[in-house]
Design a protein around this ligand. Structure first.
Ligand SMILES: *[C@@H]1O[C@H](CO)[C@@H](O)[C@H](O)[C@H]1NC(C)=O
Ligand SMILES: *[C@@H]1O[C@H](CO)[C@@H](O)[C@H](O)[C@H]1NC(C)=O
Length: 188
């Protein structure tokens, strides 16, 4: 009964809205979606947001959870940080929240300041609410632009592939940073 209602509601929604608004996560529905992939058109979506990496103060959103015990370097090699950083539409901390960047960044280079980024960008706004993108890449933070692959996604971003470009917007001496992200993904 519950399922029938859900399917019916889904079909009605499908008639009036786009598929985007009706992502059925039932495993059978997911399999059907997957089987139908050849009949779907790939589309391109651009996203623009700001990433607030707050490591200082009383309510940091990024915390060091591990570090190298026997090696110290200027690059902080081995430092591992777990983050639940806020993503907003504008650079101001009080601008509209569009999601969270949840994951790990770790200092992975002995030579320069470069992070291994493994982040889920979990969106909470508008059509993307409940959908996520998975980012896995190298982030040489002192470079103007850091290009990182988007390797997958969920919800409206199923089977996403794309590119994230990060650019530091501002930072302070305590280590807090606001980073501008432009993301372009192709998905179904
Ligand atoms: C956001 O903060 C700025 C100061 O940093 C303030 O001028 C502005 O009014 C605030 N906006 C909202 C919507 O609270
Ligand atoms: C996002 O979805 C959740 C759960 O469906 C809902 O509670 C929330 O209000 C939505 N947020 C926005 C900004 O649409």
């Amino acid at each position: 009964m519950g399922k029938f209602y859900k399917l019916t509601l889904c079909s009605i929604l499908l008639l009036s809205l786009s598929l985007v608004h009706c992502i059925d996560q039932d495993p059978i529905a997911v399999e059907d979606w997957f089987k139908g992939i050849n009949t779907m058109k790939e589309k391109i979506t651009n996203l623009h947001f700001f990433f607030h990496d707050i490591v200082s103060g009383n309510s940091p959103t990024a915390m060091r959870v591990a570090q190298a015990s026997s090696y110290t370097s200027l690059t902080g090699f081995g430092n591992l940080v777990m983050a639940d950083d806020v993503l907003t539409s504008g650079p101001e901390p009080n601008s509209t929240v569009v999601g969270q960047a949840q994951g790990i960044y770790a200092s992975a280079s002995m030579e320069d300041l470069s992070f291994l980024m493994t982040m889920n960008l979990a969106f909470s706004d508008g059509d993307f609410n409940g959908s996520s993108l998975s980012l896995l890449g190298r982030n040489p933070v002192l470079h103007e632009y850091r290009e990182m692959p988007i390797v997958g996604g969920s919800g409206v971003f199923r089977m996403a592939r794309g590119i994230a470009t990060a650019k530091t917007y501002s930072f302070n001496l305590l280590g807090d940073a606001i980073v501008e992200y432009n993301v372009v993904v192709s998905h179904y």
